[in-house]
Design a protein. Structure first.
Length: 276
């Protein structure tokens, strides 16, 4: 039976850009079909996958994904089998077609038991990604190794921006703003640029409300209280002003735009440091 409104679920343990671009290119091949797309990026745990599976189970469709972490991929596939949902690794068919069509080998197959020799840039990106994940949301005290530190209230795109910049080989830590609490930056190097991210209270309320709905949380009313949000934004700005940190209003900015602005600040900061 023809379904003119299929549900498509895009999942990635990275920024999700690849799976989104490929999926939307494929959508264009179908006329008069309205794809209902839901997207999750930066998946890092089985619990996150469990939450997604609950949503998929309520509105069955197809999962398209890109996964670097093979253990997470296995768990995703296992959960999909349990609820009889197709989960398709979106790049695999293209990789297989190239391998079989031209009798090629992928990088992992070039030397048995070893990865193919990779550039220094590749290893820098991997190291930066590992650093971003380890130093997400103030988890680690390795801030002295950061090129950039992002500071801001919840839902100002600190994590996806950190991952985006890590893919360019830049080590980024991010620290959350906590109301009535000074951020602990005693371990920060003078060579690290600190950037404050903020958004309008109305935009934060909108994003946080959507977030709570996706998690099926109904009790965190303070999290979306507009008066508290206004207070958070004001206090976060005061901390940035006090420490003379540059700031970015992310209210109407995409991840790419935020990252580009951060990079511009970083270049200026780097030049000033080199001139000293």
């Amino acid at each position: 039976m023809l379904n003119n409104n299929p549900h498509i679920y895009l999942i990635s343990d990275s920024t999700g850009e690849t799976v989104s671009i490929v999926a939307r290119s494929v959508y264009a091949r179908f006329e008069n079909i309205n794809f209902n797309e839901s997207r999750w990026a930066l998946i890092r745990s089985n619990k996150q996958i469990d939450n997604i599976i609950k949503i998929v189970e309520e509105k069955p469709g197809m999962i398209l994904y890109t996964m670097i972490n093979k253990e997470l991929e296995k768990y995703l596939q296992k959960k999909c089998v349990e609820i009889n949902i197709n989960a398709h690794p979106i790049l695999d068919s293209t990789i297989i077609a190239l391998k079989e069509g031209f009798e090629l080998k992928t990088k992992n197959e070039q030397i048995p038991g070893k990865q193919h020799s990779l550039s220094d840039d590749y290893f820098e990106r991997i190291e930066a990604l590992q650093y971003a994940i380890a130093n997400d949301d103030g988890q680690s005290m390795e801030q002295n190794k950061a090129d950039i530190i992002l500071f801001g209230v919840s839902r100002t795109s600190k994590t996806p921006t950190s991952i985006y910049l890590a893919n360019k080989g830049i080590k980024v830590a991010n620290i959350p703003f906590v109301l009535n609490q000074e951020p602990n930056l005693s371990n920060v190097s003078k060579n690290s640029l600190v950037v404050g991210l903020f958004a309008s209270p109305e935009r934060l309320q909108q994003i946080r409300t959507s977030r709570l709905k996706s998690l099926k949380e109904k009790n965190k009313t303070e999290y979306i209280n507009i008066e508290l949000l206004e207070k958070e934004v004001i206090e976060a700005k005061k901390i940035c002003q006090k420490n003379k940190w540059v700031t970015i209003d992310v209210t109407k900015k995409s991840i790419e735009e935020i990252a580009a602005t951060v990079l511009e600040y970083y270049k200026i900061f780097h030049r000033k440091n080199n001139d000293k």
